[in-house]
Design a protein around this ligand. Structure first.
Ligand code: FES
Length: 105
């Protein structure tokens, strides 16, 4: 019985690595493509780290300066967008890829 309880506790608290989803993010019109591997907090950080020109201001979803058109793919928001954005666009500063992505930068 003690062995079963110990095994149960060990399984419950066993280290489970966090799975990082890897996606491909492509910016048009340059057609530059980068791996999304969890190093960046947002698509804006990814773009700027690779020299993609992406205007920004508030960096928190309020101003709408960083809005970009989604050509293909889906994003997930890390915060609630306060700026107006339609389903074919995203706010780079508070979004991360949910699939491979093609964006007009
Ligand atoms: S920089 Fe203001 S909404 Fe993204």
């Amino acid at each position: 019985m003690m062995t079963q309880i110990a095994a149960s506790i060990k399984n419950k608290f066993a280290f489970k690595p966090i799975e990082v989803q890897r996606y491909r993010v492509t910016f048009l019109p340059s057609n530059e493509s980068f791996a999304w591997d969890g190093r960046y907090r947002s698509l804006l950080e990814l773009a700027q780290a690779h020299g993609i020109v992406a205007d920004s201001d508030c960096r928190s979803g309020y101003c709408g300066t960083c809005v970009k058109e989604i050509v293909a793919g889906e994003v997930a928001y890390t915060g609630k967008p306060a700026a107006a954005v339609n389903s074919h666009s995203c706010l780079l500063c508070i979004s991360v890829p949910k699939t491979d992505l093609i964006l007009k930068a």
